[in-house]
Design a protein around this ligand. Sequence first.
Ligand code: AMP
Length: 223
Amino acid sequence: MRILFFGPNGSGKGTQGAIVKEKYKLPHIESGAIFRENIGKGTELGKKAKAFIDKGDLVPDDITIPMILDRLGQADCKNGWLLDGFPRNVNQAKMLDEALQKAGMGLDIVIEIVLDREIAKNRIMGRRLCVNDNNHPNNIFIDAIKPNGDKCRVCGGDLKTRSDDQDEAAIGKRHDIYYDTATGTLASAYYFRDKAKAGGLRYIVLDGKPGVKEVAAELMGKL
Ligand code: AMP
């Protein structure tokens, strides 16, 4: 099973991706996580990528594309994968498509979480982290997980924000890339949506507006 997962920052893509990964027992390949790992280890790749990542720009295709294709060629990916964060532009989509065709492999499912840009931005900026446990969900813009005043809704602990969640300019830049339907990430999703019309590949659209549980239920129903 080979699956691509699209969704803007703030759409709950990480949470829903974990559900898909669990259902099909697939390795979860996240381009952003691979970059972060390389930066952490101080590799050549990490050093090259860091400057772009810090600015909120895409890492150039000549670094990103071989890195992902190499990762997909590793042994744990033999029976499939869930790819998240790649492709992010049309060139990456075409190169992935070409590489899969060359390898005689096809994609099975493409999932797109649809969420309005303004809502996605609010969700990121509304995120609050509990000092006692990062997994306690708190978001001042989501009714179902609104904090108790300024305290964690789960344990009453103090709440803080992640600095990159409050950087409106950086969020804007990332969303500019995602919502670009000409050459950006949505364009790359639509590249596969067009291919799905010919059959063989399923393109699943999820409404990201409801809560995590509702989106997960819709996802499970459609898989
Ligand atoms: P993410 O964790 O997916 O938000 O990715 C973090 C950062 O890694 C992005 O802001 C980009 O700078 C870089 N990155 C991740 N995936 C890609 C990609 N497919 N193409 C180019 N840059 C990427």
